[in-house]
Ligand binder design. Structure first.
Ligand code: GLV
Ligand code: MG
Length: 350
């Protein structure tokens, strides 16, 4: 355990210092791409204009024979692309894999000054995060980087979920967490073969009325418990929470609902595995005109923000002003970055 201010000391001599403030970038969508597939990367410039973050994937989905090519191509493409204000992330291979050390040293050497975040899969314990943290720090020092590359954890094992409170508190290099429903399902022994989403047989029956009325089956959300636990761990450490993948690209409606649950619960964004999911995430991780109007009305009616008032027949007080401010702050960030999307609610913002 590191004590007090030592928590913010770099883990290698000469490595950059971590920042203590939260990353305030608008990150509604992290778009994954396979760097070695030309037909995908040919469209990367266009995609990066639309997405808040683009992420070169080196882990699952890239077969062992393509791992090194994907790593090299990610560097090549990243050097060429005009990122403007789009974030550049990568998902490296697991810390226990034969590729991890070379992934880190090559990427930090070649892209250290442009790479914002390294996503770490299959993390179970704080020790594993600190191991990666130290390796990254050593490489940052060797390459004389001025700014830390952040790490983002995928919560995708039962052990990780059990440890999430200590994982989220263990390093000042942490950017945030994403829930990884596919690996988590396998790790827990869930009886599914899906990437996110629910299951038609997971639900409850409405109460029986009488012998003749058919009871209603109501499908339930498989991820509520883990996602809520992860969001609390992130929020209490001032880092960000995200929903991970929704694998059924043809089910835009299901994807929208999954992302909306995450948005309402407190997530900042979600992954997109197909270009069609970028717009879904941008639509969902954005308050509606009604929500912005209502939030602005509450703030105005509450004046100095203390006491209690009635707005449209409902009691409002300090706590609802705080909630309203969450919505207004997000709306302002969206107006700044995406004026077109914020057209309908801009009139309620100062
Ligand atoms: C993501 O990596 C997942 O396993 O869902
Ligand atoms: Mg996974």
């Amino acid at each position: 355990m590191t004590f007090g201010r030592k928590f913010y000391e770099p883990l290698a001599d000469g490595a950059p210092k971590p920042k203590s403030e939260i990353n305030n970038d608008l990150e509604r969508v992290i778009h994954f791409f396979p760097p070695h597939l030309k037909k995908v990367t040919d469209k990367l410039d266009e995609i990066s204009k639309k997405s808040d973050v683009i992420l070169g994937n080196l882990e699952d989905g890239i077969s062992p024979k393509d791992k090194i090519k994907a790593r090299k191509e990610f560097v090549k493409k990243s050097k060429k692309i005009n990122l403007r204000n789009t974030g550049l992330w990568t998902r490296v291979n697991a810390i226990s894999s034969e590729w991890f050390l070379d992934d880190i040293s090559f990427l930090i050497k070649e892209l250290g000054n442009t790479l914002d975040v390294i996503m770490l899969p299959m993390i179970n314990t704080p020790e594993e995060i600190l191991f990666a943290d130290r390796i990254i720090a050593l490489n940052e020092a060797q390459n004389k980087l001025k700014k830390q590359v952040k790490i983002h954890i995928i919560l995708e094992t039962a052990e990780g979920v059990m440890n999430v409170e200590s994982l989220a508190a263990c390093s000042p290099r942490l950017h945030g967490f994403s829930l990884g429903p596919a690996d988590l399902a396998a790790s827990r022994g869930m009886k599914t073969v899906r990437v996110g989403g629910s299951h038609p047989d997971y639900g409850i029956l409405s109460d029986p009325k009488d012998k003749t009325t058919k009871r209603k089956f109501i499908q339930q959300d498989l991820w509520h418990y883990s996602l809520s636990k992860m969001i609390d761990a992130c929020a209490s450490n001032n880092i960000k929470a995200f929903f991970g993948p929704y694998g059924d690209f043809d089910d835009a409606e299901g994807c929208e609902i999954q992302f909306r649950n995450a948005f309402i619960l407190g997530c900042h964004g979600a992954w997109s595995l197909h270009p069609s999911q970028i717009d879904i995430a941008k639509k969902v991780f954005c308050p509606s005109e009604d929500e912005v109007e209502k939030a602005a009305k509450i703030i105005k009616a509450m004046g100095d923000g203390t006491g209690a008032v009635k707005v449209d027949g409902k009691m409002q007080d300090e706590a609802t002003v705080k909630q309203a401010n969450v919505i207004i702050e997000l709306a302002k960030k969206i107006r700044k970055k995406d004026p077109k999307l914020s057209k309908s609610f801009s009139k309620y913002l100062t």
